[in-house]
Design a protein. Structure first.
Length: 490
């Protein structure tokens, strides 16, 4: 999941009709190489959030974790990511996308080495927080860099590669954990080797970014137009590069306007309501419990009845179906209405929550129970990643008017990260206290509330301009008194 969206990643793109077509050539290969290197940030995001899934059992044995300290160690990365996303966005705007990604690669290295060498869970939790700063910073910077360097007609597909790399990183973590555990499962401190693997893509990201250019749009915003044209000339035909400079100017101006939202906007009732709806979407996405599976899937399957070796291998199915799910979702997302697809997604995830809970509650202990729970958990992951996962990000990118976009998306994504962290922190002690069945029944209850929220509050954004959405929200949620003006305070 990325955590920073602006007008350039919106589902309502703008393109100058006079731009020459984006033809194939050496510049296309150069752009593809840029996308591969930059999305190592997404790969690290996925690996670092997913690796703890298989590392937690040996880590618990080695450092003596309880259910509460397990939650602290896992969730500290997410709390760090919430702040890293905010800090990363500011640093990216101030010093440049490339500079920020280089800095983040060093923080990834520092955080990884600190985690690997940690002598206690307290030190590990500290370095997990530092690692989270890099994860959040990458989520705020990588999609923006990709959107700003990609041609407008390929922008969606190129930015989406980062989402694919995130779930691929999680899947890779599950597979690597399984391989390491089955080869050296009896070795002391094996979890350190699992965490150490993340050092390789961090080094690759640093070395690769040294050879990549800065974002042309950021350069234009800094008045460095000759440098921006030189960058565009590397990833476009010469004719297209010159023609596109006007488009880059327009987008840079949109970014400047988007940052003008101030406290006065929060005095407008419909703006507050719209921001609350965005924050609610982020909260609902995370309280499906998707990341309880991505962070604790091996432990969940162990509690369901799989042995240690079998649980860590079975957990790779969650990673595989996560990748398949997002691939399916991306392929159909522009064919269906957003709101309808979102309602269908929550209906499916809530159904599978109930089926997991009923299987855990009613079936006798044994292999059949373990397999039923695995199948329903895998179907839940697939349904989530094919619908709710990408849809929430897309709706957030489409629903906010330009003048409040930066502020509103920042608040919505901060709420999303904090909800993610609360699930990560609370899942181990809640499962210990309530069991698998009641925990998933609670997720199902949240799912029912989410369905009611979406049905009554969330707008349909497909095929509607930002101006149409703004007029709709003004009409529905403006204060009823005619004496209340938009610029007034409550």
């Amino acid at each position: 999941m990325n955590t920073r969206l602006d007008s350039e990643t919106s589902g309502i793109p703008h393109q100058d009709p006079e731009l020459p077509p984006d033809t194939k050539g050496p510049h296309s290969r150069r752009l593809g190489l840029v996308a591969v290197i930059v999305t190592f940030g997404g790969l690290l995001f996925g690996y670092d959030t997913g690796v703890v899934n298989g590392a937690l059992d040996p880590l618990t044995d080695d450092l003596g974790l309880t259910a509460l300290t397990e939650g602290i160690v896992v969730s500290n990365l997410i709390f760090g990511a919430a702040f890293g996303a905010m800090i990363g966005g500011v640093l990216s705007d101030r010093h440049g996308r490339r500079h920020n990604i280089l800095l983040l690669s060093l923080v990834f290295m520092l955080g990884t080495l600190g985690c690997v060498l940690s002598p206690s869970w307290q030190v590990l939790a500290l370095f997990r927080f530092i690692l989270g700063l890099a994860v959040g910073g990458a989520s705020a910077t990588v999609p923006v860099y990709l959107a700003e360097i990609a041609p407008v007609e390929r922008r969606g597909s190129i930015v989406t590669r980062n989402e694919v790399m995130i779930v691929t990183g999680q899947f890779a973590a599950f597979v690597i954990n399984a391989v390491i555990f089955n080869l050296w499962g009896e070795t002391d401190g094996i979890w350190r080797l699992m965490l150490l693997v993340a050092l390789l893509p961090a080094i690759g990201l640093f070395i690769g970014m040294l050879r990549l250019p800065e974002s042309p749009r950021w350069l234009v915003a800094q008045g460095r137009e000759d440098e921006a044209l030189a960058v565009l000339s590397q990833v476009r035909t010469p004719e297209r590069a010159h023609a596109e400079m006007a488009e880059v100017h327009r987008l840079a101006e949109e970014e400047r306007v988007a940052k003008t939202a101030g406290r006065v906007d929060l005095g407008v009732r419909w703006v507050r309501v719209l921001i609350l709806i965005g924050a609610g979407l982020g909260f609902c996405q995370q309280f499906t419990g998707i990341n309880s599976v991505m962070y604790y899937g091996t432990q969940l399957l162990g509690d369901a009845g799989f042995s240690g070796d079998s649980a860590i291998i079975a957990n790779t199915l969650n990673g595989a179906f996560s990748v398949i799910g997002i691939a399916v979702g991306v392929s159909v997302i522009n064919r269906l209405k957003r709101r309808t697809m979102l309602l269908g997604g929550f209906a499916l995830t809530t159904t599978f929550h109930l089926l997991v809970g009923l299987s855990a509650l009613l079936m006798p202990e044994g292999t059949a129970k373990a397999w039923f729970i695995l199948v329903f958990v895998v179907l839940f992951v697939f349904s989530m990643q094919a619908t709710i996962g990408p849809l929430v990000w897309l709706i957030l990118s489409e629903m906010f008017p330009l003048k409040i976009r930066s502020l509103a998306i920042g608040i919505s994504i901060f709420v999303l990260w904090m909800a993610n962290a609360l699930v990560a922190l609370g899942f181990p002690p809640i499962v210990k206290a309530m069991g698998i069945s009641n925990t998933f029944f609670a997720f199902a209850a949240f799912g029912v509330l989410a369905l009611l929220f979406i049905a009554t509050c969330v707008p349909e954004t497909k095929g509607r301009s930002l101006e149409e959405l703004e007029d709709d929200f003004r009409t529905r949620y403006s204060a009823p008194t005619p004496l209340r003006e938009e610029g007034s305070t409550p």
